[in-house]
Design a protein around this ligand. Structure first.
Ligand SMILES: *Cc1c(COP(=O)(O)O)cnc(C)c1O
Length: 360
């Protein structure tokens, strides 16, 4: 049976990415060797890194003066690396959930943190209004999480604040054009819209580096990796190769504006089905706060006892990974770039079929 992969991360990758990566595991660049066993300093792999950097710059229209890095350690390492390299005295953070809190916790190790707004009071089911106007002008930077993977909220517009920004775009990078010039740093663990886990993409403004006084270990300095083109030490070779395949695929789709249209169409289809349903309700009430990447919904209270029944029903029909995060419960369907509309249609059909049988 066809599987519809709604996992939140690691998650669906394009067939193009998986097929080409599998081929390279057998025979990379006609070297007669697997990509798993070649030197990262070979000219064939250098070409992979160069092309991946160029495609990130092209797709996101990265301006001059920025470096694109492929690092290890996940987005979680960036929670610490960002303040280590950018926080002198004080930084402003937006609290929109678990990931934002992990970033805040690490930043506090290095300076003062001003949490300008939080949606904790309602289990993070909204984006705080007017957070932009609360960002003070005297902080070193403003940090936010563009897509809150666990709750299904998203900030889809680059904020207007009086300072430079740092953003965790782990779960929605490449789902829309971004005004990179507003940022000192954008980072994203690759395992949601780009590649298997193991690589983190960082887009860093070169002249924003080197302005903190503290001692920074070599590996944790962005400058180290900028100077060596992500080759200071052995980079995650296979995930970078897979990332390149995804980037090529995104280009072939027509770039981020086209991808954004497809992503919006998929999300609208599912939210419409939920909003018009007798049994299900979206956990994010405010439409403009809803993520187009992670769609969270629960059973209405009068049908609460059918949660497990629906889960099993959907599983039998090929739906995979729709269980909600434990902090939210219910269901979460992640609609990353690689997920086809066909899978959204299958989930919607499954929900309708279930309603016909079980709705009172
Ligand atoms: C998944 C995720 C992370 C964690 O990434 P790791 O690579 O596992 O460290 C951080 N932030 C967001 C928004 C995420 O979705």
């Amino acid at each position: 049976m066809k599987k519809h992969n709604f996992y939140a991360g690691p998650c669906i990758l394009s067939e193009y990415t998986i097929k080409n990566t599998a081929d390279a595991v057998i025979n990379f660049a006609d070297m007669g060797l697997s990509i798993l066993e070649i030197s990262h300093r070979s000219k064939q792999f250098q070409a992979v890194v160069d092309e991946a950097v160029a495609l990130v710059k092209e797709l996101l229209e990265v301006p001059e003066g920025y470096s694109v890095l492929f690092l290890g350690g996940g987005a979680s390492l960036q929670f610490a690396m960002a303040p280590m390299n950018f926080l002198n005295k004080k930084a402003a953070y937006l609290d929109t959930g678990v990931w934002a809190n992990k970033a805040i916790k690490e930043a506090k190790l290095f300076g003062e943190v001003d949490v300008v707004a939080s949606s904790k009071d309602k289990n993070y089911n909204y984006i705080p209004k007017d957070f932009e106007s609360k960002v003070p002008a005297d902080v070193d930077y403003f940090h936010y999480t563009s897509n809150n993977t666990i709750y299904g909220t998203e900030i889809r517009k680059d904020p207007d604040v009086p300072v430079r920004m740092i953003c965790d775009m782990s779960s929605d990078i490449f789902s829309r054009p971004v005004d990179v010039a507003k940022y000192d740093l954008i980072y994203a663990g690759a395992q949601k819209n780009l590649a298997p886990s193991g690589v983190t993409i960082c887009i860093v403004k070169d002249d924003a580096l080197g302005h903190v006084d503290r001692v920074i270990p070599t590996m944790l300095k962005y400058k180290t990796h900028v100077d060596k083109g992500s080759m200071f030490n052995t980079p995650p070779v296979l995930p970078i190769y897979a990332a390149l395949q995804t980037l090529k695929y995104y280009k072939s789709l027509g770039g981020l504006k086209e991808i954004e249209k497809m992503d919006i169409a998929k999300a609208e289809k599912l939210y419409d089905a939920i909003d018009n349903s007798k049994m299900f309700v979206a956990t994010i009430p405010n439409k403009e706060d809803r993520s187009i990447m992670n769609v969270c919904f629960v059973m209405k209270p009068e049908y609460a006892e059918l949660e497990k029944t629906f889960f099993d029903f959907a599983t039998e029909r090929g739906m995979v990974g729709i269980k909600g995060h434990r902090d939210v419960g219910g269901f979460r369907a992640s609609l990353y770039n690689a997920l086809p509309m066909e899978s959204v249609e299958a989930l919607v059909a499954c929900m309708k079929e279930f309603e016909e049988i079980y709705a009172k």
